[in-house]
Structures are given as structure tokens and as C-alpha cells.
Design a protein around this ligand. Structure first.
Ligand code: ATP
Ligand code: MG
Length: 462
């Protein structure tokens, strides 16, 4: 059965109608690439030969709302049936003097010239909107730099001379590594060779843009390759020099792989969520500087979690990462080395659950991260999985009973304690709550008003 056009296509058809004639409206870049690859495509970027003022005029005349989102770059958002479409006038870039932004943009150039300013051949392709649902779509693609061939060969190749293109914008080398990870492609030889020669340009790129690309690289299909490319090309040292000592740092009998290889494996095993992938990258970054060797030749990494936290904090602050995300990564790094075993008491397990809860880390997130770390140790996979399931089942069972994990869960609140003591509030309330919480962590059955009153009275007397 043939489906009619979906709501987005219908909305787009209205835009296309309003802008005709002579608009040469095309979908360009990432969306076309992803569509050809059969990947879930992200935002649809549209381009046109019309000047922004003309886009606004014609869209309004066609009854569509417009927003001048980036007029200085030639971008207008046209809203149709509730969908916003970003439409940018074909443009060429002027000179780049700062290695980050063109000094000027020239609007009203040809589509060919617009495609020539784009970073990689696989991103320098365009599809006229009227052919979006055409059966021979591939023949309709405008592809002056043979991006489709590179898509088939799975190659990332700069448009034009890579040394020149990377001198214009230092983010492009990082984007090359990001696409290698995201798509599982290789970087063409000359494009790859140009990266180390343009590191001083890449060093000037704003950290906000770097963070976006690094996160996409980490969450890609093949982050190991992406990270190894960063290491081999020298990009790694521009923003995360602390990672370099992990390369070649040998471990101990608990691990099959050295620290860097273990880290790459952990990133690969972690679920593709930014916090988990970042935490996997950073969880052992404190190992090289805490490494000691005992008299039998065994390596130890005492206190590496704390050191990893320090370095994680420094890296995320340098990249201007937000507070909430940093907190999430911190919690994963902080608790990655905790391994509850059979000889832990229930109370000890509950104390661990309390720590997770204080750090805002759900048990399941901790579990998902731990399994990635365990698998990345490189041996005893079945055993590790089995042991991990056992640990998780026990913790889940204890968590399901909803034991009190914070003072607010106690059966007596602060006010009740003050009434009981006949005293005004003060630091003593917090201390007493801590004492009561310890007692109910040992035995949750004690969390009744009656039992807590007794315990509180004893404490107040002592
Ligand atoms: P994603 O799926 O992550 O959105 P994308 O290829 O669409 O990938 P965007 O950052 O959305 O990446 O950029 C859209 C398009 O703009 C790219 O496909 C490319 O044609 C062009 N482009 C983006 N960044 C650059 C750059 N730094 N230099 C040159 N062209 C770029
Ligand atoms: Mg995009």
C-alpha cells in the first residue's frame, strides 16, 4: 500500500509552493547524507537562491509565519503547519582570518558555490525538494564533489584542499573524527594527513563547539576509532591533555588491557548516552598519576577515583559543561569502583544506596555503567555478567523495600524532634537526624514514630 505524504512533507510542500517560482529550494547537507545512508536523519536544512527578504515576503504572502532567525547568515525560519523550516540563502564564505568564522558571507551565489564552502564531500550534496519522494532520488541529487561515491566507499574527504579548508575553520578536523565515529567511516589519506598540520588553528575554536562535536563523537557507532583518531592526530591534547598518559599505562591482574585500551572498550560498551560515554572516557583518567608498584611487581592505583574526579572536573569546566551534566558524570565516576559482594551486610548495601541517592544517581544508571566497565576488563565475561546480575538483584530488592535513605524519609521530622526535646532548632537537629538515619539504615523496621522517639530520647540524654 502506498502511503500519502507525511505531515512534514505536507508542511514542506506548502513552503515550496509559497516560495516558487525560481526559488531552487533544496534540502542540503546532513539530512540528505543520512537519508541516503538509511540512518534516522536529524534536522532538515533547506537552501534557496532567493534572498532572505524575498523568502519572508513570499512566505507571508502565502499565509506562512516567518522568523528572522539568522539574517546575518541569510537564514529565515518559515513555519508551516506547526513545523519550522530553516531556509538559508545560497552563500559563499569570505576570507577566514581567525580560523573560526568567515569575515563576511556573500549571499546570492550559485548552489555550486554554496556546496563548495561545505566541509566534506558527503555533506556537500543537495536534493531539490520536489524530488524528495522520487523513486530515482539518487539521480536527482546535485553532487559536484562526488559525495555519493564517497558515501558508498564510506570515506570522509574534505571538499577541495584539506590544508586550506582546515586553515579556514579549525573545527573541521574534529568534525572529520566525529563523522568517522558516528558513521563508522574512514578518513581519506590527505584529509587525515592535514589534521596534525593544522592543530594551531583547531586550538582557536570555541570550546562550546568542541564539546558538541566531542559528545557526538563519543556517542557514535565507533567511538574507539574516533578517540584513537584524536590521539593519533594530536587533537586529543588540545582540549584533554590529561588523557594522554593513559596511553601505554599498564594495569594489574584485574585487567586484561592497559588503561587506554580498557577506556576505549568501556566507552564502546556504555549505552550511547552522553553522560555514560563521558564517564566511561574519564572514569580511570586518574590512574596514571596514582600508579604505584609493590615489591611483587603488582600495580596499584590507590585513590584513583578521587584523582579521576579532580581531572574530570578540570576537563568539564574547561569545556564549559553545565552543572547538571557535570553532576551526572561525577556521580558515575565517583561510584564506578564500588563492588558490593556477598559478604556485604544489607545495612552496608543500604548505605551504598544512600550514597547513590545523595548523588542523584539512579541505581539502574549505576548498574548500566558498571557492566560496561566490567566487560571492558576483558576477561571472564560470562562470570562478570552473572556476578553483576546477582549484585543488581540484591540491590534492587533492598531498594524496592524503600528504606529511608535521607533524613526527610524519617518517621519523625525536625519539628517533631524539637518538640520532643523542648528546644529550639540548631545544629543538634541535623546531628540527631544523622544518628537516627544510621539506626534505621541498620534496621529499617525502626523507622516508626515510637521507636525513633525512644532512640532520640536516649541520644538527647547522652
Ligand atoms: P548532524 O547530523 O550532526 O546535524 P550535519 O552534517 O547536519 O550533521 P550540522 O552541524 O548540522 O552537521 O551542519 C549542517 C551542514 O552544514 C553540514 O552537513 C555541512 O554541509 C555544513 N557545515 C557544518 N559545519 C561546517 C563547517 N564547520 N564547515 C563547513 N561546512 C559545515
Ligand atoms: Mg544537521
Amino acid at each position: 500500500m502506498k502511503h500519502g505524504p507525511g505531515p512534514i512533507r505536507q508542511a514542506l510542500a506548502r513552503v515550496s509552493e509559497a516560495l516558487a517560482p525560481g526559488a531552487q529550494l533544496v534540502v542540503v547537507g546532513g539530512w540528505v547524507r543520512d537519508h541516503l545512508l538509511g540512518r534516522a536523519a536529524g534536522d532538515m536544512d533547506l537552501a534557496t537562491a532567493l534572498m532572505p527578504g524575498e523568502v519572508m515576503k513570499r512566505a507571508k504572502a502565502g499565509g506562512l509565519k516567518t522568523v528572522p532567525t539568522g539574517l546575518q547568515h541569510g537564514t529565515v525560519t518559515v513555519v508551516s503547519n506547526g513545523h519550522g523550516f530553516e531556509i538559508t540563502t545560497f552563500r559563499g564564505d569570505g576570507d577566514y582570518r581567525d580560523g573560526r568564522h568567515p569575515d563576511s558571507v556573500r549571499l546570492g551565489v550559485s548552489l555550486q558555490e554554496d556546496l563548495a564552502r561545505r566541509d566534506f564531500t558527503i555533506n556537500a550534496i543537495a536534493l531539490p525538494v520536489e524530488f524528495l519522494d522520487c523513486e530515482k532520488l539518487k539521480e536527482k541529487i546535485i553532487d559536484p564533489f562526488k559525495g555519493q561515491e564517497d558515501l558508498e566507499r564510506r570515506v570522509i574527504r574534505a571538499v577541495g584542499d584539506p590544508l586550506k579548508r582546515f586553515a579556514e575553520d579549525g573545527l573541521r578536523p574534529l568534525r572529520a573524527c566525529r563523522f568517522a565515529s558516528q558513521l563508522g567511516f574512514t578518513i581519506e589519506e590527505k584529509t587525515l594527513a592535514a589534521i596534525p598540520q593544522r592543530l594551531e588553528v583547531s586550538a582557536k575554536v570555541s570550546v562550546e563547539r568542541v564539546y558538541v562535536e566531542l559528545t557526538k563523537l563519543l556517542c557514535g557507532l565507533d567511538p574507539k576509532t574516533g578517540l584513537q583518531l584524536l590521539a593519533d592526530s594530536g587533537l586529543l591534547d588540545l582540549w584533554t591533555p590529561e588523557l594522554r598518559p593513559m596511553i601505554g599505562c599498564a594495569q594489574n591482574r584485574h585487567h586484561l588491557f592497559p588503561v587506554w585500551e580498557h577506556t576505549l572498550a568501556a566507552v564502546g560498551f556504555a549505552v550511547e548516552e552522553p553522560a555514560l560515554r563521558w564517564a566511561a572516557l574519564l572514569h580511570d583518567v586518574g590512574k596514571p598519576s596514582t600508579r604505584t608498584v609493590d615489591e611483587t611487581g603488582g600495580a596499584h592505583f590507590y585513590g584513583h577515583e578521587a584523582r579521576s574526579l579532580e581531572i574530570t572536573g578540570a576537563i568539564l569546566a574547561r569545556l564549559k559543561v553545565g552543572h547538571a551534566f557535570t553532576r551526572e558524570v561525577f556521580a558515575l565516576v565517583r561510584h564506578h569502583g564500588t563492588h558490593p559482594t556477598d559478604d556485604w551486610s544489607d545495612a552496608a548495601c543500604r548505605r551504598f544506596l544512600r550514597k547513590l541517592s545523595e548523588d542523584g544517581l539512579p541505581l539502574e544508571a549505576w548498574g548500566r555503567f558498571r557492566i560496561a566497565d566490567q566487560l571492558a576488563k576483558g576477561f571472564g565475561e560470562t562470570e562478570n555478567l552473572f556476578e553483576h546480575q546477582k549484585v543488581m538483584e540484591r540491590l534492587r530488592r533492598l531498594a524496592e523495600a524503600q528504606p529511608p535513605l535521607s533524613p526527610s524519609a524519617l518517621a519523625l521530622d525536625g519539628k517533631a524532634l524539637m518538640r520532643l526535646a523542648g528546644k529550639r532548632g540548631g545544629p543538634w537537629v541535623g546531628e540527631l537526624q544523622k544518628h537516627l538515619l544510621e539506626a534505621v539504615l541498620d534496621d529499617p523496621r525502626l523507622n516508626t514514630a515510637e521507636d525513633l522517639r525512644k532512640l532520640a530520647q536516649e541520644w538527647l540524654k547522652s
